[in-house]
Design a protein. Structure first.
Length: 324
């Protein structure tokens, strides 16, 4: 059982994230979020998730490599950084929750395996794949042409990015010229960083100021920098931005873009080491949960129904390679 100090520490972490603020109402006892004006019970962030499950499908489980099937566990990597509603810690500051965890659990259920989650830094997700430590990663990974050289992908969600600014900023982002000279925070090694760097270069080539790109270790640091005026905006996954805007009431989304760049809808995918023999099983499992409705249940509970896919695609076109 958690001590009183541990509980207070967890609640303090939520307050820093903007999940429990004066701008919304929340019941700390049950770990619910209720943004201002929301009439239902909000989103449950307690460790008692009542997670959606589904039954094993033998025909799909048969697609697994024998070694994984016989082991009985599916070893998965997720981001250790707190990125609600993707993957983050519950109010006990221990239990991993979020849409990525829920969808990965459904895939594991379908395959008849017990999911074993490893929360690590972004770069170590790929180190774990490269070394064979992880069977897969469910962590908001965008399909890119460069990543396809080393990894196989089975898509499970649409990928959109969003710019977040302080409420009342009067700023709208429609293209590269709108971020010229701005101080923008972004996650290192992400596809949004790649897009922002490309936009900065486009601005400089056109004779405009580039982007002053800032990096922080944690999502909470981005939000604190935004509120203090040390940065003008944050470019991150649309689900994270939308969640923070709704729950904190202190910021606004000022632009939304595909995570695959102009002209191509980005896709988020289950990621595995190339030729590991797992991608077909992942795709079949995702198709199954789409068909039986459990997939829709998970997206709905996290407010992400508009990012649903109709079918999993294996290694579809992704964010184009960087032009030298």
């Amino acid at each position: 059982m958690k001590t009183r100090r541990a509980v207070l520490t967890a609640l303090a972490s939520l307050t820093a994230l903007g999940l429990l603020t004066a701008c919304g109402s929340g019941d700390a006892a049950v770990g619910e979020i209720k943004p201002e004006g929301q009439k239902d019970t909000g989103i449950n962030v307690s460790p008692n998730q009542n997670r959606v499950h589904t039954a094993k499908v033998d025909a799909i489980a048969a697609k697994l490599p024998a070694a994984v099937r016989e082991r009985g566990t599916l070893v998965l990597g997720v981001s250790a950084k707190s990125n609600p509603p993707l993957a983050f810690r519950a109010t006990d500051d221990t239990t991993l929750i979020g849409v990525e965890v829920d969808l990965a659990t459904l895939v594991a259920d379908t395959l008849g395996l017990k999911p074993e989650f490893n929360a690590v830094s972004w770069e170590n997700l790929f180190v774990g794949l490269d070394s064979g430590k992880y069977d897969g990663v469910f962590s908001n990974v965008t399909v890119t042409e460069e990543r396809k050289d080393k990894y196989d992908f089975a898509t499970y969600r649409l990928d959109d990015l969003a710019f977040e600014a302080k409420k009342g900023s009067g700023w709208t982002v429609k293209g590269p010229e709108d971020v010229s000279g701005k101080r923008i925070a972004v996650g290192s090694g992400t596809n949004q960083e790649k897009i922002l760097v490309d936009w900065s270069r486009q601005n400089e080539k056109a004779g405009r100021k580039g982007v002053d790109i800032k990096y922080y270790d944690n999502t909470t640091d981005y939000y604190l920098a935004l509120q203090s005026g040390r940065i003008d905006g944050y470019l991150g996954p649309n689900p994270t931005v939308a969640y923070h805007v709704a729950s904190a009431g202190q910021t606004e989304a000022v632009g939304k873009f595909s995570g695959a760049g102009a002209g191509l809808q980005g896709k988020i995918a289950a990621t595995t080491k190339k030729d590991s023999g797992l991608v077909a099983a992942y795709a079949a499992a995702i198709d199954h949960i789409v068909e039986n409705g459990t997939y829709a249940q998970v997206l709905k509970r996290w407010g992400l129904s508009n990012e649903a896919v109709r079918k999993s695609e294996i290694n579809p076109p992704g964010l184009p390679r960087t032009k030298n």
